[in-house]
Design a protein around this ligand. Structure first.
Ligand SMILES: *[C@@H]1O[C@H](CO)[C@@H](O)[C@H](O)[C@H]1NC(C)=O
Length: 464
């Protein structure tokens, strides 16, 4: 199958998976007459389970994805998504809602298969195109879902409960669609194509290494040759040993690079804060509405999706000298994010609250686009998935800790506005820390006599 056909299959799956029109109103749904949960129950007992479950299942799903070679986990993703909404439609008690949240965690974790499938199935030459196609498909799915959601709700065509059936249908279709994806015969850690690599290495690896001139990149061909003998009689134990070796090697190679480490730290902390803010924002809005009925959650989501796509696209085109001004930018953005959250925590004006949500999200989208490309530039392509996975895992560990302390029944158990004050403080702290790192690195750069360039220097000059 050609890479174009595979991209199309992946895009349709991504679109269907993201078509979840019930999502913008899920808090309204849970606290409405269909379920009658209180805001406290939603904050303290229901939503935290999703974060814990995502964290707990991510490592297992990441490894299993590689072991069973992607496709089964993509199908699992569709199945858990469908089960989530069936359970949500039926659930009446807290513990049933906790099962729903557990399934959501598993659903989010199994998305990793979707994102890594490309890198196993499509040749390196087309990575960038396929990545941008699937990303567009996902955004289009979210946008269409938000528009459909807002229109059907505002025009009284569907209520919050009926929206779940729309979501469920899309997820069932996605599951069926996933069955038609071609299987993958190789994977990055458990099923390396040893013979193929040594045969093709002369032509293909040369081509690749010509393209990869960035520092810190290395090809796996030498290691592959070294392990070829072992893999001839590849029992499961051997495969596990090899996989462990490759994983650990990639891990060390990536995080011993200080530049990668620095951006990864920001990535994990900012993603933790961002996800936490996104997860609980509907409760904040509900508090501002005070029983008023006109809610535009989905409309705001639609606007945010479009602007987010434009931001990511625009930032991708910026040719700034990130090694020189990266930390300063991160610091300013985090301080802006922190201050806007503090305003959001105090205001009862719903439109201001919506606007802050969009601005906060766009600042994150801009910086995460840069963070992921700066990290990716300094990695060998094979370890891309691993590092993204590890950064996400650390973000989830931090988020679980934050959730536990802030919303935990026996810990702080803060009401929603106080929570947002804490999240604001979290971003301000992040901003201050990166401000200090920025001052430090600038001093070091000046001492080393480097010129302070705002724009990316030419291709040939160094980027350390
Ligand atoms: C929720 O509460 C409303 C009003 O008290 C009631 O009419 C409705 O039947 C309740 N729903 C459930 C599922 O308990």
């Amino acid at each position: 199958m050609t890479w174009k056909k595979i991209s199309l299959l992946l895009c349709v799956f991504g679109f269907l998976k993201e078509f979840r029109p019930s999502e913008p109103f899920v808090t309204e749904y849970l606290t409405g007459p269909w379920k009658n949960f209180t805001e406290t129950q939603v904050t303290q007992e229901i939503y935290p389970v999703g974060t814990y479950s995502y964290m707990a299942t991510l490592v297992a799903v990441f490894l299993v994805t590689d072991l069973v070679r992607y496709k089964p986990v993509i199908i699992l993703c569709g199945i858990t998504g469908s089960c989530t909404y069936i359970t949500l439609i039926l659930a009446q008690s807290i513990w049933e809602m906790e099962i729903v949240q557990f399934l959501i965690g598993l659903f989010l974790a199994s998305e990793v298969a979707y994102f890594t499938y490309i890198y196993a199935k499509v040749s390196k030459l087309h990575y960038q195109e396929v990545t941008s196609y699937t990303r567009t498909a996902i955004l289009l799915g979210r946008f269409t879902a938000s528009v459909a959601s807002q229109l059907t709700v505002s025009l009284n065509v569907l209520n919050y409960h009926q929206l779940n059936y729309l979501t469920l249908s899309a997820l069932i279709l996605a599951t069926i669609w996933a069955l038609f994806l071609p299987s993958v015969s190789q994977s990055i850690y458990f099923h390396r194509p040893m013979d193929a690599v040594s045969n093709e290495s002369s032509a293909f690896e040369n081509e690749v290494s010509r393209v990869e001139h960035a520092k810190g990149k290395r090809s796996h061909s030498q290691q592959n040759l070294q392990f070829e003998a072992l893999n001839k009689n590849s029992s499961l134990t051997t495969k596990v040993k090899n996989a462990y070796y490759f994983l650990w090697n990639d891990f060390l190679a990536a995080y011993s690079n200080f530049y990668v480490l620095k951006w990864s730290i920001w990535w994990s902390f900012a993603t933790c804060g961002y996800t936490q803010v996104i997860n609980y924002v509907q409760l904040l809005w509900q508090d501002s509405l005070e029983g008023e009925d006109s809610v535009y959650n989905a409309g705001v989501e639609a606007v945010y999706t479009i602007l987010g796509a434009l931001t990511a696209f625009g930032v991708g085109k910026l040719r700034l000298n990130w090694p020189a001004i990266g930390e300063a930018t991160l610091s300013i953005f985090a301080l802006l994010q922190g201050s806007s959250l503090i305003v959001a925590s105090q205001t009862y004006n719903i439109w201001l609250s919506y606007t802050i949500y969009v601005i906060f999200g766009l600042l994150y989208q801009a910086m995460i686009t840069i963070a992921s490309s700066e990290v990716a530039k300094n990695l060998s392509e094979d370890s891309y998935g691993l590092i993204f996975g590890v950064n996400t895992l650390i973000a989830l560990l931090l988020q679980s800790l934050l959730t536990f302390v802030v919303t935990g029944k026996n810990v702080l158990a803060l009401p929603i506005r106080a929570q947002y004050l804490v999240y604001g403080g979290f971003f301000i702290t992040l901003g201050v820390v990166f401000f200090m790192i920025a001052v430090f690195t600038t001093v070091v750069r000046c001492k080393n006599g480097k010129r302070f360039l705002l724009w990316q220097p030419g291709e040939t000059s160094d980027s350390s």
